[in-house]
Design a protein around this ligand. Sequence first.
Ligand code: NZQ
Ligand code: ZN
Length: 389
Amino acid sequence: MENFIYCNPTKILFGKGQIFNLGSEIKNYSNKILFVYGGESIRKNGVYNEVLKQLNRYNIIFFELSGVVPNPRISLIKKGIEICREKGIGFILAVGGGSTIDTAKTIAAAVKYDGDPWDLFVKRIPIKEALPIGTVLTIAATGSEMNDTAVITNWEKHEKRMISAEALYPKFSILDPECTYTVPNNQTVFGSIDIMIHLLEQYFHHDQETMVQDVLCEGLLKTVIKYLTMALKDPEDYNARANLMWASSLALNGLIGSGVISDWTTHRIGQEISAIYDIPHGESLAIVWPHWAKYVMEEGYGKFKQYATNVWGANDEHKTDKEIAIEGIDMTEKFFSKMGVGYRLNYLKIYEKDIEIIAGKVVEPGPVGNFKKLYKEDVIQILKKCFYK
Ligand code: NZQ
Ligand code: ZN
């Protein structure tokens, strides 16, 4: 196991009715806030009214910034920065999913930076300070509610990039599973696949004797597999929504990635596809992961065998490690297609002519991956497999 320092400062308020604590939590930071959200979903399901009740109860002055879209854009962030500066905002509240939270995080950091906010993403300017943010999570997916990362798209440049900094951890996140009852089935699937791929990207590494991390990953993967199916059958199944929600945070809050050298290749490829084609994050991952896995599995059949047997219950009698490894990957792919995702890129109207461009962007900062280091030609090979001939 690698050395690590782990500190996660985000306070979690989990369960039914926790939104009741929203006002008092915000009051710890400021009386004047920016309230960030996406489209119509929080108005339709009543979360917007609940938030307003709490803000009014505590006499919190708020300014709204709505219109965050999936694969959130830097353009809206510029609007948010203006409001914060003009109104002297002291706190940012994000109510929504990863896109809304990432928008809030970026505004929080960019308010403290005088240059173009996109610089923070491309020039890697260290983020030392940011406005405090808090979240009310409405979809189980990214883990942004409990981590230090934001992923934003510059649509004019077709670039999707991330920033990470200690200052970006939300001060608190309210996780009420009931807020996710209205998430449509396709988004429930995309979010759950995202959780699974976060787990898998941190599971496939070459560090030895990492049983703590391994069993946490395997347990969380089994949790998502079980409860995703249940949430699709009954979107108001509290226990299913609760397990998915907590799995979302635990999968990407730094815990299971501590002490191991993770591999984020599937995310890098998925990100570059979304930057050109604006497809849902989880959907891109579902297509890429099985092909990444088959391409790199010879680097460690043992770990793939462990995955197949511990997560999918594959029977290893009379089979080679390679055969069991393939079985585990195939079972994953079958599960994705049963959930309605993970077909091929051509189904999403993505064209093979762009493989070269996507692969070039993936390796622009250098070779990608740690389970196996991949170069442009490798990424091209993986992408080619993502298309039906
Ligand atoms: O716009 P609204 O009305 O909010 O609708 C959203 C959106 O259409 C809808 N939704 C959310 N909660 C709902 C709901 N609909 C009905 N009822 C509810 N309760 O779901 C759609 C997707 O929302 P979005 O926030 O985009 O989803 P998600 O949480 O999956 O976020 C995806 C974004 O996060 C980034 C992704 O790249 C993508 O841009 N990621 C962020 C990470 C991080 N910060 O750590 C890591 C991830 O790997 C990922 O890259
Ligand atoms: Zn993700």
